[in-house]
Design a binder for this molecule. Structure first.
Ligand SMILES: [Zn+2]
Ligand SMILES: [Zn+2]
Length: 255
């Protein structure tokens, strides 16, 4: 059993063949997944999927790239959704300094507001970080995010940063990049982070693992991520699958 902790099956890339994608995931052993919504339309669709499939859960929040579009009304909507039984986390939220659609100050403000909301509704948070590690760590500390904890999604930092995040009650989630031949840091992180702090994800449709790199990703490929971690850690696929699934269920409070 595999738990894909970060999917975007709510993306238009699956409009044509969603059912087949889900069936393939199940035949690869994926027993649970969390679909992440990060703006009005993707949150709406994430909720529809979580309500339609027993094994799909939802994570709702506002993406840093679009921080400039988030209104107080959107934040209230997210707060309302937080009490839905299938909503297991808030996010993805964080900072993305690669794109400049939303100025840094606005990204930081929207990030802080969502951390405060998560503490209010007592849900873990899913962090998106691109080229913003120092500011992310500082804001998590300042806002006391440790109280709710969560996931550093598609983690691409060093083992040292991973350890710092684990101290703040966060899990480290690895995706497709750990399978890339030239991915030095994710492989180091897979080796050094204890298995009880690791999660697996695809972030599909993005970041497909080797040998599908560059193609559309899908949840069934999360097995390749688990296999790579097993190889690096000298564990069996079953051991990695079962540990990461237990970690995810504990964090998301799924029985
Ligand atoms: Zn992300
Ligand atoms: Zn994502």
């Amino acid at each position: 059993m595999l738990f894909d902790t970060h999917v975007h099956l709510n993306a238009e890339q699956y409009n044509e063949d969603l059912e087949e994608v889900i069936e393939r995931a199940q035949s690869e052993g994926v027993t649970n997944m969390v679909v992440v919504g990060f703006d009005r339309s993707t949150i709406q669709r994430a909720m529809e999927l979580a309500e339609s499939y027993e094994f799909i859960y939802a994570c709702v929040g506002w993406h840093p790239v679009d921080a400039i579009d988030m209104t107080e009304k959107d934040l209230e909507w997210i707060e309302d959704l937080a009490s839905h039984p299938k909503v297991v986390a808030l996010g993805e939220m964080g900072l993305d300094y690669h794109w400049d659609k939303s100025p840094k100050e606005i990204q930081q403000e929207v990030f802080r507001k969502q951390i405060r909301l998560a503490k209010k509704v007592k849900l873990p948070i899913v962090i998106h970080n691109r080229e913003a590690t120092a500011d992310i760590v500082e804001i998590l500390k300042e806002e006391g995010a440790e109280e709710v904890g969560g996931i550093m999604h598609c983690f691409s930092g060093s083992p040292e940063v991973a350890k710092e995040c684990i101290k703040m009650n966060f899990y480290i989630s690895l995706g497709g990049p750990v399978t890339f031949k030239n991915a030095k840091k994710p492989k180091e992180v897979a080796a050094e982070v204890p298995i009880d702090k690791l999660l697996i994800e695809t972030d599909c449709p993005y970041l497909a693992p080797h040998p599908y790199r560059g193609k559309r990703n899908e949840p069934g490929y999360v097995r390749l991520v688990a296999e790579e971690i097993a190889e690096i850690k000298g564990l069996t696929l079953e051991e990695v699958a079962s540990a990461t699934t237990q970690n995810a269920k504990k964090l998301f409070a799924i029985k």
